[in-house]
Design a binder for this molecule. Structure first.
Ligand code: ZN
Length: 287
């Protein structure tokens, strides 16, 4: 199922995309939650009801509504650095023997169609196509063999990065360079995990103004989704709606000669397997 969050007259609500258009699942069946996090937390149990609700077409939503980020306020936005060998090499880094884990602030999350806003205080804003994992049932010390049971959905993501802030601040911390507002667009929808047979075999590409800049496959991930969930949950509890940006393949702008950075008027598209196309225009921050 493909899930989005939209702005209703009474606040944000989850809707599913079906042959009748968008269906507000809670309006079709009030036993279903109106919030995507709660729905995904119990997705295995709620899926049959959600499918029936979608099929009924009751709770239809007009198409002109405002789409919000499919997960509005994730508790954690976890990033994985250097997780494709070709990308690690292009940035002159050794492919790591343990995952490089960092954080993006949740305020960076945006929807499909929302602008990526270039900060006045950065001159080197770059793109990174990434498979994003959405946690459903939470947990701590999740074993690799059962890790995919904790994945509720997948989405396309763009780990937008201000390279000047990422690399030229003291202490080697990537946090601020990765966390400017609008630097974590995801979408266009969440695609529930039951529809993705092989998360480790998805075509992934990024186009800048129609030109292909990155093209790879998630089979090239150094650390797979199940491994990452075991690794991170050894440290902290994963919660429903947490996002994991799983890393980007080669072709980022800062590794090119000459470098390519985002500029106002650009359009960035991330397309991954059957997850759809995440499209975001690029604008300058207002003075
Ligand atoms: Zn990244």
């Amino acid at each position: 199922m493909r899930l989005v969050t939209y702005q209703s007259d009474h606040g944000p609500r989850v809707a599913a995309v079906g042959r009748h258009g968008l269906v507000d699942l809670n309006r079709a069946d009030n036993a279903l939650p109106s919030c995507s996090k709660q729905l995904l937390a119990n997705w295995a149990e709620l899926k049959p009801r959600a499918e029936a609700a979608l099929e009924s077409g009751v709770g239809g939503v007009r198409e002109s509504i405002l789409l919000l980020p499919p997960i509005l306020d994730p508790g954690k936005v976890i990033g994985v650095g250097l997780n494709y060998t070709d990308h690690a090499r292009e940035t002159k880094m050794t492919p790591p023997d343990k995952p490089v884990i960092f954080c993006k602030f949740p305020t960076a999350v945006r929807a499909d169609g929302d602008p990526i806003v270039l900060p006045r205080i950065s001159q080197e804003v770059d793109f990174e196509a990434e498979l994003v994992v959405v946690i459903g049932q939470g947990g701590r010390h999740i074993r690799r063999a059962r890790a995919l049971e904790h994945v509720a959905a997948y989405a396309c993501g763009n780990d937008v990065s201000a390279r000047d802030w990422q690399h030229r601040t003291p202490g080697g911390q990537w946090l601020l360079g990765k966390s400017f507002d609008s630097f974590a667009p995801i979408g266009p929808a969440l695609v529930t995990a039951d529809e993705i047979a092989e998360p480790g075999n998805l075509d992934i590409q990024l186009r800048l103004n129609g030109r292909t800049m990155q093209h790879s496959n998630t089979s090239q991930l150094i650390f797979s989704v199940d491994f990452l969930i075991e690794y991170v949950s050894a440290v902290c509890t994963l919660s429903p709606g947490d996002l994991i940006f799983t890393g980007t393949p080669a072709g980022v702008g800062c590794a090119r000669k000459p470098p390519v950075f985002l500029k106002p008027g650009d359009t960035v598209e991330v397309e991954i397997g059957q997850l759809g196309i995440l499209t975001n225009p690029v604008v300058a921050e207002e003075k």
